[in-house]
Every structure is written in C-alpha cells, then in structure tokens.
Design a protein. Structure first.
Length: 129
C-alpha cells in the first residue's frame, strides 16, 4: 500500500501530510474514471463507502491487512496494526462490520478463545441459528 501511495504522490494525485488528501489533479483524474464507469459499479462503490464510513483508520487497516494480507506486505503500519489486532477485532465485531469468525481471525485467535476474550470485555456475543 505504501508503494502505491508514494506513486500517487509522485503523480501529484494525492498530498500526504498528517492525512491523505486528493489534489485538484487527482479530482480531475477521478472524475474521468468515474465518467467511464457503469452505474452498477458506481452504486457498489457508494455502498462500500457507506459501509466503511464509521471505521477509524486503524480499524480499516486491520480489516484490509487481515482480509487481504497480500495488499499489506509493504505497509509501514502493519506491525503497529498487528500489535493492536485483538482490540481492533473487538471493535470491528462490536460495530457489526465482521462476523464473529472473521473477528477471531483478525484477532489471531481461535473462535473459543476470542469468545472468552469478548466475554471478559463484556462485549455481547450474537450467535446465529
């Protein structure tokens, strides 16, 4: 991810300071791309944005890093996210963003241990029938 961000910066499509901001040139390129996309894909993008909007940066990174590990191999943030993975998994689960099984996977724990971890933190566990 960091290599891609660096490339976007070099292309003057984003500016990185304390946060990542799209540049005016980046907006123009995004509009061109958007104009070539079909409505179904645009609708899907809007749905994904809506689903992700209440995640903080670390939760989003954890979701990406542990769902798509091949995308995070070059990330400078990966070790920091790994150290926080259990609490990030709890947060993602509590927000309803991932299933109990996926949260256990993100936490790096088996399902039973993760359920005990949740109970100790008084996080309600919903079991489907």
């Amino acid at each position: 991810m960091d290599a891609n961000l660096e490339q976007l910066t070099l292309m003057n499509l984003v500016h990185v300071n304390d946060e990542i901001r799209i540049t005016e040139e980046g907006r123009k390129v995004a509009e061109k791309i958007k104009g070539k996309m079909d409505e179904k894909k645009l609708k899907l993008i809007d749905e994904v944005k809506e689903w992700l909007k209440d995640l903080n940066d670390d939760e989003l990174m954890a979701l990406i890093c542990f769902s798509f590990p091949e995308m995070a191999t070059e990330s400078r943030e990966l070790e920091r996210i790994r150290r926080k993975r259990r609490m990030l998994a709890v947060s993602l689960y509590a927000k309803g963003k991932v299933s109990l099984e996926k949260a256990a996977d993100i936490a790096g724990m088996n399902l039973v241990n993760f359920m005990n971890f949740l109970r100790r933190r008084k996080v309600p566990i919903e079991l489907g029938l």
